[in-house]
Design a protein around this ligand. Sequence first.
Ligand SMILES: NC(=O)c1ccc[n+]([C@@H]2O[C@H](COP(=O)([O-])OP(=O)(O)OC[C@H]3O[C@@H](n4cnc5c(N)ncnc54)[C@H](O)[C@@H]3O)[C@@H](O)[C@H]2O)c1
Length: 423
Amino acid sequence: VKATSLRRREFLAAGAAMAAPQAPVRIGIVGTGGRGVSLLRILLRMDRVSVPALCDIDRQNLERAAALVEKSGRPAPETYAGEEDYRRLVARDDLDAVLIATPWEWHAPMAVSSMRAGKYTAVEVPAAISLEECWELVDTSEATGVPCMMLENWSFLRPNLAVLKMIRQGLFGEIVHCHCAHSHNCIYWYFDKEGNPRWSGRHLLRRNADQYPTHSLGPVLSWMDINCGDAFAYLTSTATRSLGINHYFRKTFGPDHPAARRVYRQADIVTSVVKTVRGNTIVINNDMQLPRPYDNRWMIQGTEGLYDEARSAVYLSGRSPNYEQWEPFAPYQETYDHAWWRRVPTDVAAIGHGGTDYLELELFVEAVAARTPPPIDVYDSVTMSVIIPLSEQSIAAGSAPVPCPDFTRGQWKRRRPAFAVES
Ligand SMILES: NC(=O)c1ccc[n+]([C@@H]2O[C@H](COP(=O)([O-])OP(=O)(O)OC[C@H]3O[C@@H](n4cnc5c(N)ncnc54)[C@H](O)[C@@H]3O)[C@@H](O)[C@H]2O)c1
């Protein structure tokens, strides 16, 4: 991983002030629910990683995670179970990094606390859920010199990295447009079996926004040189009615069940369009409560052709064999496969989103050990996350355009692409 040019000198100065490079890499985990444990299992595959401390308010989840650490042959981790106990965890002097996999509303406060304690910070998606939190993450990372990486795994997906190489080698010509979606029925994740909202479902009661924009945007940021040559200028968002959740619970529990009658603010589908400073457009679909197979519908288009993920196909002018007809992507995947994927052992390819989660954690751990910037920095983390409050604002104002903040404070004009650049 190469150091980005942005504030590199300050970064190195701050890095020198932090603890000396250590092996093994010692990671504390806050949040050991579904995602925290799945990331923990992957970390335990890495010999140099130790896990001295875990924190969760759910004792059962905490014990289960602690047992996994012990079963791996590592010493039993110290456990913290209070709601504010993460503060005690991040303050430990035997941690190099902290990984946060808690409910959304805790991400920014916990990440800020971790950075202030000098710990490399990895935070699950989204990194923040309000504009103020986005700025707080940027300000804290800049003031402390401590990196904060949002764990946006789809940035590392094998085909997405191959497409990135193709873009950088000019196969699609000049890029002008991109489409992306998070179309994933998550009713099971938002509600418990009785139809009560879990922490995630409570966000659907109180907000109408693209509440989960980072999986769609992950690869798009690097495909379109966002924060390193281009930047989000403004966004408009339009929302459908909210029918899906009530409909589902009416069918499941009958029309009089509280879950069937509750008022959910969240629309079924939110469509945002981002215009970039360079003049390109990005369509982002959020679609997480209607019955449907999982889909990301990534599509990127330039003056020489396009890639269509749903079709697993490309069309390249003057290169594809048949005039304006799709050709399969598979041979391009082979030719433009990214070197990062050579580090993913075949036996982990079956776990954690086909090895994608392993790759993102391996790169984070490597950055911690080498005291270099992680592959996704704080600017990219908040640029993806800020779609939440901006889309909410635009929807509330009748799809009005909302300016996107420039978290890099103008540096995007000078920064060179750093993500996934092969040496
Ligand atoms: N990148 C991905 O592919 C992916 C997949 C699933 C979830 N996620 C993200 O991971 C995060 C966690 O999701 P999940 O499905 O694991 O949810 P979950 O409810 O299973 O786990 C959250 C855990 O956080 C704990 N927690 C709550 N408040 C806490 C506090 N103050 N201190 C310590 N622990 C606390 C809960 O007790 C629970 O164990 C979410 O942000 C979600 O968006 C990402």
